[in-house]
Design a protein. Structure first.
Length: 350
């Protein structure tokens, strides 16, 4: 019986016919390759020290609050900055003999009056007046952006969202963080201010792109007129994540793999005595070895660029919250026992 030969094209590419149907349906094959769980290409392998960026020097206000300015943001009508944990009157998270700290979140462990006083101190340090209202959010790791007005300053319960935009003067809009990435945006021409809270979930949901889109729609902002600042958060040096986070990023961004690194443990004991840490598990199934780390700062910088903001108009105010727990609050670094910092922006005089 004669053998039936198959077309060479089928042997060379067994999925070619499948791809026809995918194209008709408007679908594409998974970016992660044909073999489930198999990585398309190796990640860059580094040690944590290679990813660490030192934070800039803090600015110390007359009332003792230490905060970070955005380089180049010398607009007389704009008030903005990123708080640290330095200064303030809270004692919930500091050593017994240490001076007070600037916890700005109404956490269960801290005294509400102390937090309220800290917010007044921050308003005075950055806004110039302790009575300037600060409008925060109840953050829910979403891509929801809302418009802030003067009426929000009197609300007893903050609105649920992860982004605020406003063109009204007289108050500061605020994002609270303790590892997540704060992003501030300003329209130089129309005098619009915005603040966004970008943890990994919000980043995957494109909170920053959504926020810039809201500025375009609500106020007619042009990307060419926008400036942006990405503030301190957990850095790629410390932010180890699981494969599920990689999968979420790959489902949304064609450049997702460029945001990840395989980071090797920098423990000097493990380096000197590697045999002590061997296990009998199969390769790839042991907790020992490189961890997958994601760079949320770069992820949000790329979103700003995708939204039309010029790369030269984006400032990155460095500082890893987990590395520098002397300067910042870190939820991961303290295993949840920590205060909150604020990134604030608002329209003043000038």
């Amino acid at each position: 019986m004669p053998s039936i030969s198959r077309p060479r094209s089928s042997r060379a590419n067994p999925h070619k016919s499948d791809e026809k149907f995918l194209r008709r349906a408007g679908l594409t094959r998974s970016r992660r390759g044909d073999t489930p769980g198999r990585r398309a290409e190796p990640f860059e392998q580094v040690e944590p020290d290679e990813l660490i960026h030192r934070p800039p020097a803090t600015h110390r206000a007359q009332n003792g609050v230490e905060w970070l300015r955005v380089p180049g943001w010398d607009f007389p009508w704009l008030r903005s900055g990123f708080s640290t944990r330095m200064g303030g009157v809270s004692r919930a998270y500091c050593a017994e003999n240490a001076r007070g700290e600037l916890n700005l979140g109404f956490t269960a462990e801290d005294d509400r009056e102390a937090v309220a006083e800290n917010r007044r101190l921050l308003a005075e340090a950055i806004g110039g007046d302790a009575e300037t209202a600060i409008v925060p959010l109840r953050q829910i790791h979403s891509n929801l952006v809302v418009r802030a007005t003067a009426a929000d300053a009197d609300r007893k319960t903050p609105r649920k969202a992860d982004g605020l935009v406003t063109d009204e003067a007289g108050f500061l809009i605020a994002i609270q963080t303790a590892d997540c990435i704060p992003v501030l945006v300003a329209d130089r021409r129309k005098r619009v201010a915005a603040a966004f809270h970008a943890g990994w979930r919000g980043t995957v949901k494109r909170i920053v792109e959504s926020g810039v889109g809201r500025m375009k729609m609500e106020y007619g902002s042009r990307p060419a007129d926008l400036v942006a600042a990405i503030g301190p958060g957990i850095g790629a040096c410390c932010y180890a994540v699981g494969e599920e986070v990689l999968s979420e990023f790959e489902s949304q961004f064609s450049y997702a793999r460029e945001l990840f690194r395989e980071v090797f443990d920098a423990d000097p004991v493990r380096k000197k005595y590697p045999m002590l840490f061997l296990t009998q598990r199969a390769p790839g199934h042991s907790p020992i070895g490189p961890n997958l780390h994601v760079d949320l700062v770069e992820a949000n910088r790329r979103q700003l660029i995708a939204a039309g903001v010029s790369p030269v108009s984006i400032r990155v105010v460095r500082g890893c919250t987990q590395c520098r727990q002397d300067l910042f609050f870190s939820h991961r670094g303290s295993r949840g026992h920590c205060g909150r910092m604020m990134a604030v922006i608002g329209i003043g005089g000038g």
